[in-house]
Design a protein around this ligand. Structure first.
Ligand SMILES: [Fe+2]
Ligand SMILES: [Fe+2]
Length: 175
């Protein structure tokens, strides 16, 4: 597949990530862990925005855009640590997918597309780091998850990060 086709296919990976985070948020909501739920509801929206950034890029590049279907997310978990482990695996997998897209862009001389993806590389670095940190917090607090809830409640709210300021435009506007 061409770079544009592979990039289009990645819309599905970002939406699958979004659906997975909704499923994780719902799991924590059912477990009455509202801070963990809120964290993943927010992550789900971010992944949706990533998908729609790619839609906007393809529109701007005058390439065909085909909105793909997504694989069903995992919805049941054995304990409160599992969803965060799954989320970290997912972030690492998406990082690999973005790296492959960057390599393909280079091969095809698609330097505008490569530049578009540089923001995603930075974003993945940040997301892998923050999910690694959350996994450590949840593992440490697994015997009393209220400690995890307190930790998340104290953490600085997602303000305007420099990454957000430099984010690519989102088709239809960022949520
Ligand atoms: Fe993403
Ligand atoms: Fe992500």
């Amino acid at each position: 597949m061409s770079f544009a086709e592979e990039l289009n296919a990645h819309i599905g990976n970002e939406y699958a990530a979004s659906q997975q985070y909704v499923a994780i948020a719902v799991y924590y909501d059912q477990e009455t862990l509202p801070q963990l739920a809120a964290h993943f509801y927010r992550q789900a929206v971010e992944e949706r925005n990533h998908a729609m950034m790619i839609v906007q890029y393809l529109l701007d590049a005058d390439q065909p855009v085909v909105i793909p279907g997504v694989e069903a997310p995992q919805t049941s978990f054995g304990n409160a640590v599992e969803p965060v482990s799954l989320a970290l695996e997912q972030e690492k997998r998406v990082t690999t997918q973005i790296v492959e897209l960057v390599k393909l862009a280079r091969e095809e001389g698609e330097l505008v597309g490569e530049q578009f993806l540089h923001w995603f590389l930075q974003e993945q670095r940040e997301e892998v780091a923050s999910m690694t940190e959350l996994l450590a917090v949840v593992e440490r607090g697994k015997d009393n998850l209220l400690h995890v809830e307190e930790h998340l409640g104290r953490a600085a709210p997602d303000g305007a990060s420099p990454l957000e300021a430099g984010a690519p435009p989102v088709a239809g506007g960022a949520l």
